[in-house]
Design a binder for this molecule. Structure first.
Ligand code: EPU
Length: 417
């Protein structure tokens, strides 16, 4: 298995272009299932998770073509309503096909995704919503079986503002009979980007980006041409790299409005953050100040940036409390950071991080996508050599990360197995 080898301790400087957002691209590519014509998507990141969703869409009968960062999908030949275990277990976001399949075919059989390293991650709210829209839902042999003549609009309250739950139900509701209201909907930019794409296809959605989304069902949708929004988590990861190494990095082509909480916290750590149009420049301060972090649904501080911020706090000048309120087990990177010398104690959903002088390089093991980004960042600031193993996690969600860091002056390379 490939590993990333880093000789740390150098400030990173220069400009890096952000890629398209994985978590926007996944539901948007899936929304092609709602039409029977040629869709074109630009700025699609080249990632393993995108390969997984393309494989699933092909399995369902869609025609998928890729040319660089452009993906064309025509689901005119949609014939299969089953998302098998082998495809879903590789990537839980595969469950996003459930809503569109039921909306278009009136039936779906989708493997239950199960838990993952960061938490149990149930999909009860996806199922509750579909059931309120009239679908018959059964769990059989590890699969969700859903069937209905035609979904009908419903008033749905989500107990938790689930991102993919909101997306799944929105995609189901666009072809339903009547009006659906999603209350306590997720407000993440990726949800708004999906709604924007669906509206361009002829859907009637209002309120996306707020916690009440209203969807008036239509009889059919048209194919679309659209571009994927920039990845706010990839951008945030590079911003932390500048703060961490005391360098100056301009992240270009991002959407600063999506990074409000991250920018705010970075400024409090002593970095200078300058926003010019679609570019954000972060200049690391002399001394990193400790700040407390609490992960929350958007527009709160993103859980997908928690691990990266923890590295920054581990070399800051004081004590920081990092509370994780979204996932119940998202501190797996702590034990690896400790092996690099970090002083971190976990109690329940809070981690107490006492800043130390510096980390020291070590061989470490990535456990999930954002944990692997955190370990790469740790390697960039550590003295000596860090080897990050199990980098397939990184390849799921960061496009050519080691190449982007190398261009910023890092001594980093991928060593093939
Ligand atoms: N939840 C339920 N029931 C449900 C759905 C969710 O209890 O039916 C709970 C979850 O267990 C969790 C909380 O609600 O405790 C929030 O989970 P959510 O459903 O919002 O997460 P998700 O949709 O599965 C997406 C991103 C994640 C990101 C989270 C939170 C995609 C494909 N994934 O997951 O991204 O961490 O929202 O912002 O959009 C990543 O990119 O590394 C990643 C994990």
């Amino acid at each position: 298995m490939d590993k990333i080898v880093i000789h740390g301790g150098r400030p990173l400087n220069g400009e890096v272009a952000v890629s398209g957002a994985k978590n926007a691209a996944l539901p948007i590519l899936v929304s092609s299932l709602l039409t029977s014509g040629p869709n074109r998507y630009d700025n699609v990141p080249r990632l393993n998770d995108i390969e997984s969703i393309k494989l699933l869409l092909t399995h369902l009968g869609a025609e998928v073509q890729t040319d660089g960062h452009t993906v064309r999908i025509d689901a005119g030949g949609l014939c299969e309503a089953e998302a098998p275990y082998d495809l879903v277990r590789k990537m839980r976001a595969s469950v996003l096909v459930l809503g569109p399949l039921v909306a278009r075919l009136g039936r779906a059989r989708v493997s239950l995704p199960g838990g993952c390293a960061i938490g149990a991650r149930p999909i009860n709210l996806h199922l509750k919503g579909l059931s309120l829209m009239g679908a018959q839902i059964d769990i059989q042999h590890g699969y969700v079986e859903a069937s209905v003549d035609r979904l009908r609009g419903a008033d749905i309250y989500l107990d938790v503002a689930s991102v993919t739950g909101t997306e799944n139900l929105m995609m189901a509701a666009v072809l339903a009979d009547g009006v659906t209201v999603l209350r306590n909907a997720a407000r993440e930019p990726e949800v708004a980007a999906l709604a924007d794409t669906l509206n361009r296809m002829g859907a009637r959605i209002t309120g996306a980006g707020t916690s009440v989304i209203t969807i008036t069902g239509v009889d059919a949708l048209n194919p679309v041409e659209t571009a994927i929004i920039p990845d706010r988590i990839e951008a945030g990861t590079f911003m932390v790299a500048a703060a961490l190494t005391g360098g100056e990095i301009t992240v270009s082509g991002c959407e600063p409005a999506h990074l409000g909480a991250v920018i705010h916290k970075l400024k409090l750590t002593g970095s200078r953050v300058t926003v010019r149009g679609k570019d954000i420049t972060v200049q690391g301060g002399r001394r990193i100040q400790s700040v407390d972090i609490k992960t929350l649904p958007y527009p709160g501080f993103p859980t997908d940036m928690q691990a990266q911020f923890m590295v920054l706090m581990s070399v800051a000048g004081g004590l920081s409390i990092i509370s994780e309120t979204i996932f119940e087990n998202r501190f797996i990177h702590v034990s690896e950071l400790r092996r690099m010398g970090a002083d971190i104690t976990v109690s329940g959903n809070a981690a107490m991080v006492k800043g130390i002088e510096g980390l020291s390089g070590a061989p470490v093991m990535a456990s999930d996508l954002r944990a692997s980004a955190c370990l790469v960042l740790a390697g960039l600031v550590a003295r000596g050599v860090t080897e990050v193993n199990r980098v397939y996690h990184l390849d799921r969600g960061y496009e050519a990360m080691e190449k982007k860091f190398a261009r910023l002056g890092a001594v980093i390379e991928r060593v093939p197995a």
